[in-house]
Ligand binder design. Structure first.
Ligand code: BGP
Length: 463
């Protein structure tokens, strides 16, 4: 056996992540209700890259057995996907769809029979459409509906699943839906954004509460996208800007879910600017009593920040970037195929932060990956993508994760985004991330060079 430079701890998770809406397809099949993406695509198909909608996913709904066999052959010992709320409960509340129960039980069972730990997330941007009509996440009734849905999942699949996650990247629907117009309802309104953010935090805590009441033996957590924040310079103004950017973008979620409290400073700042959400006194007790067991950490890119050169206009609507400005560092390394900075050490810096300031909470890398537009240009004559750039990207991140582990960080695994090239919201198939490429028209899967490399790495538990 070849000698390894980086050996990972025993039981380290090797695998990949996807989500229901991005992989299943079968959008109108098996009794599934519409979610916001099905609805939006029906209304405005032009918004979606090449007009491809969620019905054209990689057909995991039909093909899960073959895909799981392929996963196993590529060394997976764990795999994260989500349950589609609108497949399980088509109206968002009320009746459970029996076909969905059969599908998810069979799919989870198939993973287990193949020695793959199922890691199940409950919410990945895919609100049932009828709930959006009733105010979506701005409405308290959605928090209750989510907790009821979560409880159904725990009762239906709790005997099969040891690792649950309540939500993936809750800040994304907050920002994309209420500040940046990439998700429905496509409005720009910070007051509404902050209301939605509070409801996500509360819904996470309510779901954990329901889980614990059932006395199941697994672990439950949340998945956050976290970018370490770096100031442009060591000037007090840049440092202050970075601190505030971190407060709004990371600590606003990380602190309540791990410590049971919103950061005091954030609350004071929102109060001063009259931007506090509506809440009830007991919300804070529920949040305090229901912190997570385990954290999923999605890492793609760092956040670089500088002080604003011009003060933000006093009469302009409130936005977090009133307090900071983004900064494109000269000479930064870029993934030119996606337009995101690559900064491998960022994953290490955040893991150290979790070790030192968040009680060394159990964490795993729940997404990391490299999106590439026009990736077929890298295919060889046999159609196999020679993605050496992705292998290098993964290796460079794994080295820092390995180092964090040797320095005492409680990091337990690495999931690549993603297994098979998947549909990605408004970007559809623009950026390919998979270990396996997908020919959408024929649904043919071809393992990329990175897929073969991943297999070796997972089997050797290092490289
Ligand atoms: C993450 C999301 C995934 C996925 C990924 C790639 O933030 O959790 O759902 O979409 O980003 O994004 P994109 O396709 O926009 O490059």
């Amino acid at each position: 056996m070849k000698s390894l430079q980086y050996t990972f701890p025993e039981g380290f998770w090797w695998g990949s992540a996807t989500s229901a809406t991005q992989a299943e397809g079968g959008a109108g099949e098996g009794g599934k209700g519409f979610n916001v993406w099905d609805f939006w695509y029906q209304q405005e198909p032009d918004k979606f890259h090449n007009q491809i909608g969620p019905a054209d996913a990689s057909s995991f709904y039909h093909n899960y057995k073959n895909d799981i066999a392929l996963m196993k052959s590529l060394g997976h010992n764990s795999f994260r996907t989500s349950i589609s709320w609108s497949r399980l409960i088509p109206e968002g509340v009320g009746e459970v769809n029996p076909e969905a129960v059969t599908f998810y039980r069979n799919m989870i069972d198939e993973l287990k029979q193949n020695g793959i730990e199922p890691v199940i997330n409950l919410y990945h941007f895919d609100l049932p459409a009828p709930l959006m009509e009733q105010g979506g996440w701005e409405s308290r009734s959605t928090v209750k509906a989510f907790a009821d849905y979560a409880e159904q999942c725990f009762k239906l699949f709790g005997d099969q699943v040891n690792y649950w996650f309540t939500q993936n990247e809750p800040i994304v629907p907050v920002e994309a839906g209420y500040l940046n117009v990439y998700h429905l309802p496509c409005v720009v309104d910070f007051r509404r954004a902050v209301q939605v953010a509070h409801h996500f935090v509360l819904a996470n805590a309510c779901a954990i509460d329901r889980y614990r009441r059932l006395n199941l033996t697994g672990k439950i957590g949340i998945i956050l996208n976290m970018s370490p924040t770096y100031p442009r310079s060591q000037s007090p103004e840049d440092i202050e800007a970075a601190r505030l950017a971190d407060l709004f973008n990371t600590r606003a979620f990380l602190e309540p879910v791990t410590k049971g409290k919103y950061p005091k400073e954030l609350v004071a700042l929102l109060k001063e600017h009259e931007q506090l959400p509506k809440y009830e006194r007991q919300d804070l007790d529920v949040i305090a009593a229901n912190t997570i067991d385990v954290l999923g950490f999605n890492y793609y890119q760092p956040r670089r920040v500088k002080a604003r050169t011009e003060p933000y206009p006093a009469d302009a609507p409130f936005v977090p970037w009133k307090f900071y400005d983004y900064y494109a560092m000269p000479g930064r390394k870029m993934n030119k195929h996606r337009g995101w900075e690559i900064y491998e050490k960022g994953v290490y810096d955040t893991l150290l932060d979790l070790r030192d300031n968040y009680n060394n909470i159990e964490v795993y890398i729940s997404e990391n990956g490299m999106g590439v537009e026009g990736e077929m240009a890298f295919a060889n004559a046999a159609g196999e993508i020679q993605d050496d750039y992705r292998i290098e990207f993964i290796q460079d991140h794994l080295q820092w994760i390995h180092r964090a582990h040797t320095e005492g960080c409680n990091v337990r695994g690495y999931h690549l985004w993603t297994f098979i090239d998947c549909w990605s919201w408004l970007n559809a198939y623009k950026n390919r991330y998979g270990l396996v490429s997908l020919d959408l028209a024929t649904q043919t899967r071809t393992v990329k060079k990175s897929g073969h490399w991943f297999r070796e790495t997972a089997i050797n538990n290092g490289f």
